[in-house]
Every structure is written in C-alpha cells, then in structure tokens.
Design a protein around this ligand. Structure first.
Ligand code: SAH
Length: 218
C-alpha cells in the first residue's frame, strides 16, 4: 500500500477540521473522537479521492457502494456503544472497512459481514496494513447475521433493509443494542433496538440515507 500520510489535504490539520465539525454537530464521545482523529480515512478510499477523505461526506468505493459519511459513522458508533459492554460487536456491510476499523479501536472484537467479495478483500488488506488484529470477516449475506459467534453486545448495520432482519434480533445479547437504518430509498429512518431479556424496545431517530441492504452474494 503506498504511503500517503501527512501531506496537504490529508494532513493532521485537515483531519482536525473534520473532528471539530463532528463536535459542532453534537458528537461528544471523547475516545471515539480521538480514534477518528487518528484513523487515516484517506486510506479507505481510492487514491483519486484521497484529497476529499476528510470532508464530512460519503464517497464512492466502487461496486455501486459508498464509504459512509463520517458524521453517520460517529453518530451510529456513539449510540451503539452507549451503555453496552464493549466486548463483541457485529457489523453488517463492511464496505471500505472504515466503520469496522473505528469500532475495532473501541471494543474487544469486531465481526463484520460483506456480500461483495472484492470489497471485503480490500478491507482485509487495510486492516492488516493498519494492524487492526481484532477484526473477523465473513463473506455472506448479512441478513442472516453471523450465528457462530452470537450473541453480540452490539450490532450495527450500514446498509438499509426494508424491515429489521429477524436473525439480527435473535443474535443480540440480553442488554445488547442494535443500530440500523430501515426503509426503502427516500424514506429511511435510523432505529435503535434494545434487548431486555426476551423483549425488545425500539426507538426511531432521524431520517437517514444509506445504500440498500441487498440479498445474496456477489
Ligand atoms: N461501513 C461501510 C459502509 C459501506 S456501504 C463503510 O463505511 O465503508 C454498505 C455496505 O453494505 C456495502 O459494502 C454493501 O455491499 C454492503 N451490503 C449490502 N447488503 C448487504 C448484505 N445483505 N450483507 C452484507 N453486506 C451488505
């Protein structure tokens, strides 16, 4: 992987500007902000887009997919980690691996499922280069979660299904939390689902815009 650290549009100053913007938009989790300040988001996009990596915007990563907007990553992570054990987290939609990498610095172990193999392979290479050793990846349709390692303290979904997949509820530990965008294009909202014993409590948050959760593998 080419070394593209620390110059011009990817410099620490540019990264700090993004962190200040996240704070202005209400993100207050100190450890999370520090992880996002350190993590080189420009290494999670194509070199041609590196100069835009610290704008608060989603960017294309090929295969019709996008790396999530930094504010969405920060907000979903902040909500996910609030009050759950920081042990085992499952992510559906590895994509570039940026959200996975953020989580991996904040919890003991991250499991992530992706249905597009080339994206998964690129993400794996990035984790290796950046020495994120507590991430496990699976090439699969995330609608089914990842049963072998269940239950999870937290589950985060970075693509939007029309309805909450049943398997994800089943794989949530008691006291665990699921953060997921739900709905078709143009009418998605962010949902937070908390499991208390065998009952689930759902909170509907802001309208959001994620790529759709698609079934099957590519
Ligand atoms: N967290 C990623 C988001 C990438 S976009 C990042 O910030 O880069 C959402 C990702 O979800 C895409 O890579 C897409 O291929 C993946 N996806 C969509 N449907 C899926 C499914 N059923 N199972 C697993 N991954 C899925």
């Amino acid at each position: 992987m080419p070394d593209r650290r620390g110059i011009g549009m990817t410099s620490q100053r540019t990264r700090d500007r993004l962190i200040n913007r996240l704070k202005d938009r209400g993100i207050s989790h100190v450890e999370l902000l520090s992880v996002m300040r350190e993590l080189p988001r420009h290494l999670f996009v194509d070199e041609a887009l590196a100069s835009r990596a610290y704008e608060d915007t989603a960017l294309p990563i090929g295969h019709g997919q996008t790396i999530s907007q930094p504010h969405s990553v920060a907000k979903m992570t902040e909500i996910l980690l609030d009050g759950i054990p920081k042990k085992k987290v499952l992510e559906i939609g590895t994509g570039s691996g940026y959200q996975t990498a953020v989580l991996s610095r904040l919890v003991e172990r991250v499991y992530s499922v992706e249905r597009i193999e080339p994206l998964q392979n690129q993400a794996r290479e990035r984790f290796y280069q950046l020495k994120h050793n507590n991430i496990r990846l699976k090439y699969s349709d995330g609608t089914w979660g990842w049963e072998e390692n269940a239950p999870y303290d937290g589950i985060i979904v970075t693509c939007a299904p029309e309805e909450v997949p049943e398997a994800l509820l089943k794989q949530l530990a008691p006291g665990g939390r699921l953060v997921i965008p739900v709905g078709g294009s143009g009418k998605q909202s962010l949902r937070v689902i908390d499991r208390n014993g065998s009952s689930f409590e759902e909170t509907v948050l802001d309208d959001v815009s994620f790529v759709p959760l698609l079934s099957g593998q590519e």
